[in-house]
Design a protein around this ligand. Structure first.
Ligand code: KDG
Length: 343
């Protein structure tokens, strides 16, 4: 008899090696052990690039700065961990920008649906002066925002039915999907506009909430859906790309203030380098993760232009409600960067 072994699924796509670490070892300004908490799993681009961040610092300080990354929300969710940074009980975290709008309101611009049509446009915005201004605006909050990177294009998954239209979300003859969202008012408005029952919830509670049927679905990039094993409890995925979410790597201002200026500069440099690497990894993961999910049995719906237009139209009220509150000028500035990036 032949023993048939199930084809083992690859755990990651072919990933670029981290860029070589360059630059001299900086002078001795004491030792720091930085504890960083993140929501995502060890296989995520966020975790891998955070490890790289640690390697840069370790190498360039001869081991005087080390970074310990705690994945899987084990230290708390984005909001809780930012509070820990403020009180100084945690050194670093790496939230979605959507979780930070309580500190810097303008960041809600990133939550507007279908604002950033391509990764190139998103990167151009994240590297712009407008975005740097948002990072600077954290001054005085107790959070030192270091760099933007990519969480990515968010896609819908659920356990109830295939979704190819807002009507499928709203469920004309059945009930609307209950969809977990991040704790962000624009996201709530998006899912309300689509006819769902949005439920804000911490990321760390999401898997079991879906497993127990507390919510039907959620929305996150394909890479997160895969690396957090959501396909074990979600049968259907739809490539909606409704929001592009950045991540923001941040340090406790208390930790920052304890560091020598040379170390502060190095931390900033390492954050920018690892953010660039994260964006690259995230791009490498994105479509690959979708295809992996399909291979693992998730039914994936990709929308044609007309179907996508139906989603875009349904969320128009979100712009009408939120654009004036977020700032029409800011949104116009971002749209200008988007246009220039596609030239
Ligand atoms: O580490 C990041 C996560 O905590 C979180 O931001 C991921 O997009 C996310 C979500 O849906 O909560």
């Amino acid at each position: 008899t032949t023993l048939t072994l199930g084809m083992a699924h690859a755990q990651s796509p072919e990933l670029s090696d981290p860029p070589e670490i360059e630059g001299e070892v900086v002078g001795d300004h004491g030792s720091h052990t930085l504890r960083m908490g993140i929501g995502l799993a060890e296989s995520s681009p966020q975790y891998l690039s955070s490890q790289y961040f640690g390697e840069i610092l370790e190498q360039r300080t001869d081991g005087r700065i080390t970074v310990n990354v705690f994945p899987n929300s084990q230290l708390g969710d984005d909001v809780q961990m930012m509070e820990m940074l403020q009180t100084g009980t945690l050194d670093m975290t790496y939230p979605s920008s959507s979780a930070t709008t309580g500190y810097v309101e303008e960041l809600a611009a990133f939550d507007l649906p279908f604002l950033l049509p391509s990764r190139e446009a998103a990167v151009a915005v994240m590297q712009s002066d407008v975005a740097q201004g948002m990072l600077d605006a954290f001054e005085g909050t107790g959070l030192k925002a270091l760099a933007f990177s990519e969480n990515g294009y968010r896609q819908l998954s659920n356990s109830a039915r295939p979704v190819s239209s807002p009507d499928d979300v709203a469920g004309l003859d059945v009930r609307g999907l209950s969809v977990r969202t991040m704790e962000n008012p624009v996201h709530l408005a998006i899912w309300e506009a689509l006819g769902a029952n949005p439920t804000p919830m911490a990321f760390g509670e999401l898997f079991s909430a879906m497993e127990q049927g507390v919510v039907d679905g959620q929305e996150n990039p394909w890479s997160t859906i895969l690396t957090s094993n959501f396909n074990e409890v979600q049968d259907y995925g739809t490539e909606t790309r409704h929001v592009y979410t950045p991540f923001i790597m941040m340090l406790s201002e208390r930790t920052w203030d304890r560091m020598a200026p040379e170390y502060q500069e190095l931390v900033l440099e390492a954050a920018r380098q690892s953010a660039e690497y994260e964006i690259q990894l995230s791009a490498e993961y994105d479509d690959w993760s979708r295809d992996q999910l399909a291979e693992r049995g998730m039914e994936i719906t990709r929308l044609d232009d007309e179907q996508l237009a139906a989603f875009q139209e349904a969320v128009q009220p979100v712009y009408e409600e939120w654009a004036p509150r977020i700032g029409e000028d800011l949104i116009a500035d971002i749209q200008k960067i988007v246009e220039e990036s596609s030239n």
